[in-house]
Write a protein that binds this ligand. Structure first.
Ligand SMILES: NC(=O)c1ccc[n+]([C@@H]2O[C@H](COP(=O)([O-])OP(=O)(O)OC[C@H]3O[C@@H](n4cnc5c(N)ncnc54)[C@H](OP(=O)(O)O)[C@@H]3O)[C@@H](O)[C@H]2O)c1
Length: 264
């Protein structure tokens, strides 16, 4: 896509984004710069041709797209350090959890397009669900940022007031899914499988179920109807799970997580 990209904060998420951009061929290695204070850990990216540096100002000056991927408590210090380099021709994308666009603006004080993106850890294998919101961005810039995150998974544009909800459903959602899979593994062992076989069956079955919904656009209940025969074992198990509060506990868990971070 040709734009030069600076990733400020080359930790877990920053390096995963760099690798996604490179592997998908969205960017040439020489168009990506990634920064952190301890650059020794970025050596493998440097070997692929990505520029690594501890100099945030140089990285921002030489780039059009700035992806901020530091921890929330580091945002003010890092942005204050680069704000003079964030000229009108730049785009700022923050992947930092919980920092509002108005807070970014109040530090940067420049009239540039501001984006927030909330990916999840599956970004490391380019299977993220990334929710994006923006301010002061034209259609072409919005499309560019959508395309950028499409290189590392699926993207949906949302209103900023839904960003906390996105954090719960998409980012915490990975942990909820892991716990569901783990319970399947434990059940699988109890009915006869060894742990490795149970893990494979549980993970691939959940992946296949998710793919059915994504590829066919069907509703979960339509797919459930296909595997529940009258008086059969599936419906007996499903109903017992519901008697024990399965759906209810998941919904209550999601709401409890949301109450922890909701700002409204
Ligand atoms: N991990 C996820 O899946 C995920 C998902 C959604 C959102 N997020 C958000 O993404 C952000 C980053 O998360 P993470 O898991 O990647 O954290 P992380 O691994 O701790 O990465 C943060 C990086 O920022 C660097 N850094 C700190 N101060 C810096 C400075 N002054 N200049 C340049 N780099 C600096 C740190 O390296 P040095 O100490 O060497 O400078 C570190 O590598 C967080 O705000 C998090 O909430 C993460």
């Amino acid at each position: 896509m040709g734009k030069k990209i600076a990733i400020i904060g080359g930790g877990n998420l920053g390096t995963a984004i760099a690798e996604g951009l490179l592997n998908s061929k969205f960017s040439k290695a020489t168009d990506i710069t990634i920064t952190r204070r301890n650059i020794a850990t970025l050596k493998s990216l440097n070997e692929k041709g990505i520029e690594i540096t501890a100099d945030n100002n140089a990285a921002v000056k030489n780039s059009e797209v700035i992806i901020l991927a530091v921890k929330p408590f580091q945002v003010a210090e890092v942005l204050n350090g680069i704000r003079k380099d964030l000229s009108d021709d730049k785009i700022l994308i923050s992947v930092v959890t919980g920092v509002l666009i108005s807070e970014l603006e109040s530090i940067v004080k420049n009239n540039i397009p501001y984006f927030r993106a909330m990916p999840n850890t599956a970004i490391a294998i380019r299977e993220s669900m990334t929710c994006i919101c923006c301010k002061d961005a034209d259609n072409a810039t919005t499309k560019y940022v959508n395309d950028l995150f499409s290189t590392v998974g699926k993207v949906v544009t949302i209103d900023e007031k839904l960003m906390e909800a996105a954090t719960i459903l998409a980012a915490c959602g990975t942990a909820y899914a892991m716990r569901y899979i783990r319970a399947n593994i434990q059940g699988g062992i109890e009915i006869g499988f060894d742990a490795a076989t149970a893990s494979l069956i549980a993970a691939q079955t959940v992946k296949g179920a998710a793919e059915l919904l994504l590829q066919k656009g069907s509703h979960p209940e339509q797919e459930i109807d296909k595997v529940t025969t009258p008086k059969g074992c599936t419906i007996a198990g499903l109903n017992e799970m519901e008697h024990q509060g399965f759906s209810s506990s998941l919904i209550r868990g999601i709401v409890a997580s949301y109450k922890k971070i909701a700002k409204d």
